[in-house]
Ligand binder design. Structure first.
Ligand code: ADP
Length: 635
């Protein structure tokens, strides 16, 4: 067997295995990382889009609630200026006496009650309160100097005074709106109304709205969450803190910054803020994120800020991020599975291709072998044809040889033949001479006897020459003879003799086609059966057995008799020409010699057996027509 050199390729170095191993080891963490990354990206995109939607919706909410705040504030805007129309007020400011003050106090008290404001009071140009709606209260503003208040300073200059502050008397926060009261184009005093805006906070709380309003200093003055109140939305420097403290705007309230945990500006007026979680929420969250949308309130330096919680949005974004991550993981698993399946299919395809290749190679080899076989078959056929031709030539040569052999045998026999013929010839000469002499003497009886003897001698000579002629004749040595027909014909020829001796015949043979001329087979059988009849002449119960037996490509016929048998001396000369034990003209001594020669000419044989039970058996063996060798050759 030839070895495939590719099978003995040196093993790949261990390093060559590594990339696959590294790939397999790196793939799961890579997929997990990508999953987390895509999840985070999904979360961020979802949050970003959510914030955009929220801010669009919040914009409307912001507008709505800012308008509500504006209308709440503007409700009182014109109220201080109405006091200009009141004579008592101008009288009081021009001539401050008890009568006018009392009248104005009562007027303001009534007005305050109707307008549901916190207090309404009138200051002179020095900033001292001349009349107030809360004149009855213990902590009344009456006589108080409020010249330090920014709203007074603005109003006395003819500008609208707007101010949120914590009352220095009451400590109560409020929104102050001041108006410079004019008479003949000259400011004679300032009318102030203090309103409370806490109602708005309550409304926000009821509506679960998170919002606050920061003033010009960035201090939250209104807030839905009380914790954020009075906190600064802007960084407070120590200077600002000091200035605000001195202004007493927020009384002595400690001002701190509203410190979000994180702050991210999204757009103008839109921020993302997160505050420490309110303990009250009690849901375990550490921080609460909001979308803060701020808008300036018209007619004031204040800003309204609407806080929209981002918790739901965050949860939703987180779910979407998780979904993205899971979807990616599924996709990755599907891809890996698809890839594995592709590899399996590729392997199967490669195996099928290899199988097909092997098949086609096999088919090619089979075709080559078939062609070789066909060629060798053709060669064999050619050889068979040659052999047949050679056989024919051989057979012909053999025939020639047989013929030559026969002639040679006759040649060998010529001395005997000459002797055999000379004897009767000499006898004939003697007899004819004697006959002439007896005829001259008139001994006709003797002449007649001599003539009969001569006649017998001539007959014998004729039989000898006939036998020899028949033997020498070129015949069909390899003809086609029927055994049973030959036996029948022989028995018919010997019919008279058989009938005369009451022969008991035992036939046990099959009809076979034998490769010999029919007449020659009959000639042999007549000789053998005739000899047997001669040998059984003295036998009271003559029996003849004709037994057939197939032996290879030959058929053997045994002709057995229960005659006198053959003695040892006779056995030595049995097949010699002209050997006979028969008396007188009964035996020519040519029967067995010629029969053996005819059998040999047909590639058969004739032999003799001497059964222990007595008698003699001659065995004639002749080839069968269509013998196995023949049929094999016909291939
Ligand atoms: P022929 O019959 O003319 O004598 P054969 O050649 O046929 O010549 O026979 C030669 C001799 O062989 C016979 O003379 C006979 O002695 C002997 N022989 C032949 N056949 C038998 C037989 N069946 N039984 C005994 N002897 C036989």
């Amino acid at each position: 067997m030839k070895c495939d050199p590719t099978l003995f390729r040196p093993a790949k170095p261990a390093l060559a295995v590594k990339p696959r191993l590294i790939r397999q080891l790196l793939l799961p963490p890579l997929i997990i990382l990508l999953m987390i990354g895509l999840g985070v990206a999904g979360f961020m995109i979802s949050e970003h889009n959510g914030i955009r939607t929220l801010s669009e919706n919040g914009e409307r909410q912001l507008e709505l609630h800012a308008r509500a705040v504006e209308s709440e504030i503007s409700k009182y805007t014109y109220l201080p200026s109405l006091l200009e129309l009141e004579n008592n007020v101008s009288n009081l400011l021009t001539e401050a006496d008890g009568e006018h003050r009392q009248a104005v106090n009562e007027y303001l008290e009534g007005l305050n009650r109707r307008s549901r404001s916190r207090a309404i009071f009138v200051l002179d140009t020095t900033g001292r309160v001349q009349a107030t709606s809360n004149w009855r209260d213990v902590d009344s503003f009456l006589g108080e100097d409020l010249s330090f208040r920014a709203y007074f300073q603005d109003a006395v200059r003819g500008q609208p005074g707007r101010f949120y502050g914590i009352g220095s008397t009451t400590g109560e926060p409020g929104y102050f709106l001041a108006h410079g009261l004019e008479e003949h184009g000259k400011i004679i005093g300032v009318a102030v109304i203090k309103v409370r805006l806490e109602a708005m906070e309550e409304r926000w709380q009821r509506a679960r709205l998170e919002a606050f309003v920061s003033d010009e200093n960035g201090i939250i003055i209104l807030s839905s969450d009380p914790a954020r109140r009075l906190k600064s939305v802007r960084p407070l420097t120590p200077e600002i803190k000091e200035r605000l403290a001195r202004s007493l705007q927020y009384y002595w309230w400690p001002l701190n910054e509203l410190e979000p945990l994180s702050r991210e500006k999204i757009a103008d007026g839109v921020e993302k803020l997160s505050f420490p979680a309110n303990a009250e929420l009690g849901d375990g969250r550490r921080e609460v994120a909001y979308l803060a949308q701020t808008r300036r309130l018209s007619d004031t330096p204040w800003h309204f800020t609407l806080l929209t919680p981002l918790q739901d949005l965050r949860r939703e974004s987180m779910v979407q991020g998780i979904l993205v991550g899971v979807a990616f993981a599924l996709l990755a698993i599907l891809l890996i599975a698809w890839n594995e399946r592709r590899k399996v299919i590729a392997t199967r395809l490669a195996a099928r291709e290899a199988l097909e290749e092997a098949n086609s190679q096999l088919e090619r080899k089979i075709a080559e072998r078939t062609a070789d076989l066909r060629a060798s078959n053709e060669r064999l056929k050619g050889q068979i044809r040659e052999r047949r031709h050679a056989e024919q030539t051989l057979r012909h040569a053999q025939d020639e040889l047989v013929q030559a052999g026969k002639l040679a045998a006759i040649g060998q026999m010529s001395t005997s033949i000459a002797h055999e013929l000379n004897q009767p010839l000499a006898a004939l000469r003697t007899l004819s001479g004697n006959s002439v002499r007896f005829l001259e003497r008139g001994a006709l009886e003797t002449v007649s006897t001599n003539l009969r003897t001569m006649n017998d001698l001539i007959d014998r000579m004729g039989r000898i020459t006939a036998s020899l002629r028949s033997f020498a004749r070129r015949g069909e040595d390899s003809g086609k003879a029927s055994l049973s027909k030959a036996v029948e014909a022989s028995l018919q020829v010997l019919g008279n003799r058989i009938a005369g001796c009451h022969l008991q015949l035992h036939s046990n043979y099959e009809d076979q086609k034998l490769a010999i001329d029919q007449t020659r087979l009959e000639q042999i059988l007549v000789n053998l059966i005739g000899n047997a009849l001669d040998a059984m002449a003295a036998q009271p119960m003559p029996q003849l057995w004709l037994e057939g037996e197939l032996l290879g490509d030959k058929y053997r016929l045994r002709v057995r008799d229960n005659g006198h048998g053959i003695d040892d001396e006779t056995r030595k000369h049995l097949f010699e020409p002209f050997f006979t034990t028969k008396p007188g003209e009964h035996g020519l001594g040519l029967g067995l010699t010629l029969s053996a020669s005819l059998a040999a000419a047909a590639k058969g044989s004739l032999s003799v057996e001497h059964p222990a039970t007595g008698g003699t058996a001659f065995v004639l063996s002749l080839p069968l027509v269509n013998a196995p060798t023949e049929s094999a050759e016909s291939l």
